[in-house]
Design a protein around this ligand. Structure first.
Ligand SMILES: Nc1nc2c(ncn2[C@@H]2O[C@H](COP(=O)(O)OP(=O)(O)O)[C@@H](O)[C@H]2O)c(=O)[nH]1
Ligand SMILES: [Mg+2]
Length: 261
């Protein structure tokens, strides 16, 4: 396990007024147990409830909190990309702002991150969603596993700890929820190594899912096919990955040699 690493924690948030404050407070307390070099980021956009007011009040009290609000629609993928691009610490932890995961379980992710691991991915012990979502979720899981050749247990678990340097190797383009597939596929293809840790998943206590409506599901299906064509058939992302990964390994070897000297 890394000794007192520096950590960025971020949450995407859209209409999460009822949960975002407890997420920020809980993650701050958790990070304080792990390190004194941390920051918390909330990527907000499109909220029509009082999320923005809550975030403004929090930012006055928490000086490590950075609130990034965008006027233009980002989509879930766009919000994650903003989070990754603005993360400045060695490790990046993210989960959703809707309170369906418990940020304290970051304490379970960190010990799994050793020298041989680049990403610690959660897997949901028990999915707390309505039955029809669980059935559709399982079908989706098996379908994308087959289509993209995933080996992870739960690609769709938005509770992850990632070494920031992997973003020097892979670029992300998705605007929608398919970003998780893009992220895992590219990390897998770039040879990064995963550990998996069980995490709890809770029912929504506030607001409603941005994803789960028919037009959005339809759009997701189309985006999934596009992504498959790009990442599995064409594999264009592989062109730059090899060179960038070689550079990263060189950098790692150099810093290891420096530490030993
Ligand atoms: N900033 C931002 N956050 C989003 C967007 N879409 C979803 N989110 C946030 O991402 C999290 C997951 O979205 P949600 O609708 O709960 O997806 P579900 O949990 O799969 O039903 C929630 O905290 C949302 O507020 C978006 O377009 N922009
Ligand atoms: Mg959710």
């Amino acid at each position: 396990m890394l000794q007192r690493p520096s950590i960025t924690a971020f949450f995407p948030a859209c209409n999460d007024a009822g949960t975002i404050a407890s997420m920020v407070v809980t993650v701050t307390k958790t990070l304080e147990q792990l390190t004194n070099d941390y920051e918390v980021i909330v990527v907000e956009n499109g909220s029509t409830d009082y999320t923005v007011e809550v975030l403004e009040a929090l930012a006055e009290k928490y000086d490590r909190l950075r609130v990034l609000t965008h006027r233009e629609p980002l989509g879930y993928g766009g919000a994650l990309r903003v989070g990754f691009a603005n993360a400045s610490k060695e490790l990046v932890f993210y989960t959703d702002g809707d309170g369906q995961y418990d940020p304290r379980e970051l304490l379970a992710l960190l010990p799994a991150l050793n020298d041989n691991i680049d990403i610690v991915n959660g897997w949901k012990i028990d999915r707390s969603d309505p039955l029809h979502r669980i059935i559709i979720g399982r079908t989706y899981h098996h379908l994308v596993r087959l289509l993209f050749g995933f080996t992870l247990r739960d690609v769709d678990c938005d509770f992850r700890l990632i070494r920031r340097e992997v973003f020097d190797v892979i670029d992300l383009e998705s605007d929608s929820g398919t970003i998780c597939l893009e992220l895992i596929k590219k990390l897998q293809d770039a040879g990064f190594r995963f550990a998996e840790v069980p995490v709890h998943h809770y029912h929504r206590t506030y607001g409603k899912s941005q994803f789960f409506n028919i037009p959005r599901l339809w759009r997701t299906a189309i985006q999934l096919l596009h992504l498959w064509r790009k990442l599995v058939l064409r594999r264009e992302h592989m062109h730059h990955i090899a060179a960038r990964r070689a550079k990263l390994l060189e950098k790692r070897a150099e810093s290891q040699a420096m530490q030993q000297a």
